[in-house]
Design a protein around this ligand. Sequence first.
Ligand SMILES: [Zn+2]
Ligand SMILES: [Zn+2]
Length: 330
Amino acid sequence: MKAAFHTGKKEISIREIDMPEPGENEYLVKIKSCAICGSDIWWPNDAVSNEPVHGHESAGEIVKCGKNAKKFKSGDKVVCYAILGCGKCVHCAKGMLTYCKAKKFVEGGFQEYAAFNESLLFPCPENTDWVTASLLSDAIGVPLRGLRRLPVNENDTVSVWGLGPLGLLQIMFLKANGVKKIIGIDTVNERLESARKLGASDTINPKEKDTVAGLMGLTNSLGTDKAYVYIRHPKVTEDVFKSTRDGASICTFTGLDGKYELQEWYERTLVWSFYFMSSEYEENLKFIKEKNIELKSVVSHVYPLEKINEAFKKRFEEQDKSLKIVINMN
Ligand SMILES: [Zn+2]
Ligand SMILES: [Zn+2]
């Protein structure tokens, strides 16, 4: 079978390797699709020895079941989760695997077959195409957890910082929740255009005008009620605090860089939202279905595994021409 290995700076090589055997509690999955994530930042760096096959936003079909793996059967369609908990600690017992101190980050989506532990697989809804299926884990899980960690009201004024695929999905989900004033911020004009198409009422390009002044101008000089922040940069941190009103809430997905003194920012609430809990999966699917969200509106390209180098180049070096990119193994 074919697998994509990171073999050097901006270099991925396709190699023939042996098919994995599923362990007792594992399933062998024929991967059908795997999306490139904004966090796939290994790509421009040197390869390290024994680097695993990357790709953590995958979906596929079960082709073989381990001896004790009873949850699924051959032929079932599944979506992959990326956090494997230790299964023994207090957090794992509550299903909060992202808090587990011994958790492992599981990849392996950029290859034709992979063995996954039972706890890493969710059932994929029937009639879902494979491109959409690859977006049902991370891509919707992150912005929807953001909305749970920091809920919105329809009349809130909301800023979204960083309009990669997740920022754009955040905008779609805010709009689906009835929010009318959604202001998208990014330095790439094509992404601002996408944001307006997908539900932003206004957009600001910090390269063209002062972001804080722009946000003040759009909120009667009050500042926004809420901010969802997908960028980690000291200037962004400063601007986020300056452009939110007293009593506002800020949700960061990456942590905030730079220095800030919370006591200077009257009654701000700062929330950090990381990945998503596996217990949220079904609720996420329900949201997408009920709100009739077309997830593929954030997908700009689909590439076969053989063209994975081209796909990564497009994703990270041509941000004006690309959004979510999915590798298709059909
Ligand atoms: Zn991801
Ligand atoms: Zn644990």
